[in-house]
Write a protein that binds this ligand. Sequence first.
Ligand code: 4NP
Length: 157
Amino acid sequence: MKKKLLFVCLGNICRSPSAEAVMNGFLKVNMLNDEFECDSAGTGGWHVGERADSRMRTHAARRDYDLTSIARQFNPKSDFDEFDLIIGMDAQNVSDLQDIARNSEDLHKIKSMTDYCTRYKHYNSVPDPYYGGADGFELVLDILEDACDGLLKQISK
Ligand code: 4NP
């Protein structure tokens, strides 16, 4: 059975679809895509049904990541059961997920993305790039590449 990873942010149009694409890229390069499956979701529902933010897609495409996901809202009734790890992008995402967890098993699945960082250790969240400029989108990708590297090492142990 494939292990399933779910990346979660607020809108599911910037950070978590990028995390999903970066992780899929790393899994493919390491020939681990038969063992793991990735998805993403938002704690909020404002952008449900939309493609990822076009600015995020442009920045990601420059690094060869293809953001194909369509935004959806996290569903506590099915996602806690379906996924093995549920990884929030910032402290608010983690706390929102913890608030809707049904039991201790759910709580144990909730992680924070930046805990997997080795180079960007000083960041304790992946900063929301939505209202900022180009630098914010680049920073998201820098942090995500670092975190996905650490995550890959941890799950492939
Ligand atoms: P994300 O970014 O959580 O990384 O997808 C955001 C996208 C949209 C909004 C906030 C953050 N929004 O307020 O609409």
